[in-house]
Design a protein around this ligand. Structure first.
Ligand SMILES: [Zn+2]
Length: 95
């Protein structure tokens, strides 16, 4: 049975962490495009910093999901629905 109202459960903390991950990933991806062709030590360090920012945000998100009861319920529901926001982020990382 698919009741649309049952899918509207949202974990605010998760949404915030996901948003931070997406912002960090976007900065990292943009920087990668921008500095390609002019690689220097400064660019490398900056890129590395952005990458670490993203990985930190992503790790927080994963830790939160593991420990949060609300997120456990949501992930069970989301198995039914393909293409979550997190899948989109993941497809960008392993692109
Ligand atoms: Zn949560």
């Amino acid at each position: 049975m698919r009741n649309p109202s049952s899918v509207s459960v949202v974990c605010v903390e998760y949404e915030g962490l996901l948003n931070e991950s997406q912002v960090a990933l976007t900065s990292w991806a943009n920087e990668r495009v921008e500095i390609s062709g002019r690689r220097g030590r400064d660019q490398y360090i900056e890129l590395r910093t952005l990458q670490l920012d993203f990985l930190k945000a992503w790790a927080l998100l994963q830790n939160h999901k593991r420990d949060c009861e609300v997120c456990q319920v949501i992930s069970t529901v989301e198995h039914v629905h393909a293409g979550t926001e997190e899948d989109k982020v993941q497809s960008l990382i392993y692109h």
